[in-house]
Design a protein around this ligand. Structure first.
Ligand SMILES: [Zn+2]
Length: 47
């Protein structure tokens, strides 16, 4: 990641949206983790 010392509303908005997307992605990942674990465990139990 290159640090971009660049100030314009467009890039600021984009950076903010990307940060939010990262947060959402992380939250989804954390939420999905137990579901995936349960699915894997139930599959392992079934087969
Ligand atoms: Zn810019």
């Amino acid at each position: 990641m290159e640090p971009q010392m660049h100030h314009c509303p467009h890039c600021a908005k984009r950076a903010r949206e990307e940060a939010r997307n990262d947060e959402i992605g992380l939250a989804v990942l954390i939420m999905l983790m137990p579901i995936m674990t349960i699915t894997l465990l139930s599959n392992a139990g079934l087969f």
